[in-house]
Design a protein. Structure first.
Length: 157
């Protein structure tokens, strides 16, 4: 398991609600504490939303989560490609698509029970990294044990 680097002053923390509704006022103590440590805090669009007991509809919460995964200001970790290549889907790939894969964009990897579990996005980028003997690849990691039930239903086999 790859352990991400420690947070440092100036890093951005994204706060969103993947389940129960919450408003910014309820988070103010936490926001103040994080900011006192020199961290930047960004509240997700799900904060303050309400749909029954949830922070918006499942679609709104998923869109907010995806936006945070795509946010270039939220840290990306580098994981050795050797630790991920066993997750590649065993299919024939178009060589031109592999070669065109842009390694500037992080892949999205899930973890489950402290193991790398699946590649959610970035198969061609990982193939390119393995083929070109690139030792590490940029990743964003989704921990499937600490995510909304809707995500578990989709991603856990």
């Amino acid at each position: 398991m790859h352990i991400p680097r420690n947070l440092k002053k100036g890093d951005t923390i994204g706060i969103l609600s993947t389940a129960r509704k919450i408003n910014a006022a309820a988070l103010q103590f936490t926001i103040n504490l994080l900011e006192s440590w020199g961290l930047k805090v960004v509240l997700g669009s799900s904060i303050g939303l309400s749909h029954h007991q949830f922070a918006g509809t499942a679609e709104q919460r998923l869109a907010n989560f995806q936006a945070f995964l795509d946010d270039e200001n939220i840290p990306v970790v580098e994981i050795p490609t050797a630790k991920l290549k066993h997750l590649l889907i065993d299919v024939e790939r178009n060589p031109s698509r592999v070669e065109a894969a842009n390694l500037d964009f992080p892949i999205i990897v899930s973890t489950y029970k402290n193991e790398y579990y699946s590649i959610l996005d970035g198969q061609h980028r990982l193939v390119k990294s393995v083929k070109n003997k690139i030792k590490k690849i940029k990743c964003r990691v989704l921990d499937l044990e600490n995510c909304p039930e809707e995500f578990k239903k989709v991603f856990i086999r």
